[in-house]
Design a protein around this ligand. Structure first.
Ligand code: NAD
Ligand code: G6P
Ligand code: MN
Length: 439
């Protein structure tokens, strides 16, 4: 069986150690010959890199390992690029959250003005990774989940239409895991779903037990109507618990479908703002939570010189990335939700929109499934949101202030073009090292 070579772009990410553990554990289905890390922040990556070097030496001495900031070394002789970069890091995520909040608007990583701001930073970073991949390993695939995935996906469609790039998100997977639990199933893989929407903006229309065809929607709907996605044994933090519970209210407006939990930010912007603290946003929670835990653990491994007794465990978080790589490498034909050009899959929606829908994945990439016509309510919401995403990408390509002002004004989270302009002007100032110059 062939062995695969992987580069993780954004090696210094808080998710990297768990992904490496998962990759090692998944070698029965995706055998490895090499894992490399690439990052443009040498110091941040070094900490994660040194700890993972020790882990690799003890757990998989036969798999080659290195970490580097040199694109040539990183991208040469690879089969898959797993991309999870955060351009501007947590420092800029914090401003994406706090600047809109200062103007009374939702401040969130991927939704509303914060997501638009992050998109304007991410596009250049992800395109650069694609260029490196195509220069040094032209046959490789990029599996991208750098956010904001919706805007990044539209940018790759516009700027790299022939590149082997697949955009994917873990939110539907996480929510499906909860739904499977609610139905008493062992794994979400025992379910077969129909889903449509944009990234962080979609709905499940049909959920069945794969083996029997049994309709699981009534059981799931009952749970969502009472608890949202919250379950008693959920181990998510308080912030996510609120989001999971709020799905109950989102569900009430279109009870024929199951909503993605991210719709909270579009349907309840007033609630979100009044429950936010501008001095302590999600970034502050992640820095004190996930980032601290991961970095302290890495330092411990380095100090002890061994991975034994480490508290890192295989994260379910990234299993979909291994599923995706395996589907391509071994032509498994697995059905997965991906962010792909609509191209008629949703028959009454813009064929050029990047939509999140089920696809069959094999050696040639994804074949998207037909989702048919969608109802007016969802269609109207999606048309507005897809215009926001397309205008953002056009603003980046053309350097257009006007288009970015239009994008922010059009977001459901923003009350007026005047507020949009104030937010935009603050974001331009904060992002001057990252965004293209706007005229
Ligand atoms: P992080 O800040 O811990 O890690 C990101 C790393 O990317 C940093 O080490 C940074 O130095 C590096 N980086 C930034 N710009 C770069 C560039 N141009 N080239 C190379 N490296 C660069 O962030 P995190 O919280 O671990 O998240 C990583 C990414 O994964 C984010 O984009 C996040 O939104 C995304 N994510 C997506 C999903 C999904 O569902 N699609 C799920 C989880 C995380
Ligand atoms: C989910 C989403 C990701 C997002 C992440 C944020 O996994 O699908 O797109 O990046 O949540 O989580 P955090 O803990 O960083 O706020
Ligand atoms: Mn996501």
């Amino acid at each position: 069986m062939s062995k695969y070579s992987i580069v993780i772009a954004g090696g210094g990410s808080t998710f990297t150690p768990e992904i490496v553990l998962l990759l090692l554990e998944s070698q029965d289905r995706l055998p490895l010959r090499s894992i490399k890390f690439y990052d443009n922040d040498e110091k941040r990556q070094e900490l994660v890199g040194k700890a993972c070097e020790i882990m690799m030496r003890e757990k998989a001495p036969d798999v080659k390992f290195l970490y580097t900031t040199d694109p040539k070394e990183a991208f040469t002789d690879v089969d898959f690029v797993m991309a999870h970069i955060r351009v501007g890091k947590y420092e800029m995520r914090s401003l994406d959250e706090k600047i809109p909040l200062k103007h009374g608007v939702v401040g969130q990583e991927t939704c509303g003005p914060g997501g638009i701001s992050y998109g304007m930073r991410s596009i250049g970073g992800v395109i650069e990774l694609i260029d490196y991949m195509e220069k040094y390993s032209p046959n490789a695939w990029m599996l991208n989940y750098s956010n904001p995935a919706a805007i990044v996906a539209e940018a790759t469609r516009r700027l790299k239409p022939n590149s082997k790039v697949l955009n994917i998100c873990d939110m539907p997977i996480g929510l499906e895991a909860t739904m499977a639990k609610v139905c008493g199933l062992k794994s979400r893989k025992e379910m077969q779903v129909r889903y449509f929407g944009l990234n962080h903006f979609g709905w499940w229309t049909d959920i069945r037990e794969k083996a029997t065809g049994r309709d699981l929607m009534p059981t799931i709907k009952k749970h969502i109507a009472e608890h949202g996605f919250h379950t008693v044994d959920s181990n998510r933090d308080a912030d996510w618990t609120d989001t999971y519970k709020k799905a109950k209210d989102t569900y009430a407006l279109s009870p024929d479908m199951i909503p993605n939990s991210y719709l909270k930010y579009y349907f309840f912007p007033d609630y979100v703002v009044s429950h936010s603290d501008i001095n302590y946003t999600r970034t502050d929670m992640v820095k004190e939570g996930r980032e601290k835990t991961v970095f302290v653990e890495c330092q411990k491994i380095i100090d002890k010189g061994t991975f034994k007794d480490s508290s890192f465990h295989v994260g379910g978080h990234a299993s979909y990335i291994v599923d995706l790589a395996t589907a391509i490498a071994f032509n498994t034909g697995e059905r997965m939700l991906l962010i792909v050009p609509n191209n008629g899959s949703i028959s009454n929606f813009d064929p050029t929109a990047m939509v999140e829908i089920p696809c069959i994945v094999g050696v040639t990439g994804p074949e998207s499934m037909n989702m048919g016509e969608i109802p007016r309510f969802q269609k109207g919401l999606m048309e507005q949101q897809v215009a926001v995403e397309k205008l953002t990408v056009e603003a980046w390509i053309e350097g257009s202030y006007l288009k970015l002002w239009q994008a922010i004004s059009l977001s459901r989270t923003v009350p007026s073009m005047e507020v949009a302009k104030k937010i935009l002007d603050d974001l331009i100032e904060a992002n001057k090292d990252f965004w293209p110059k706007l005229k």
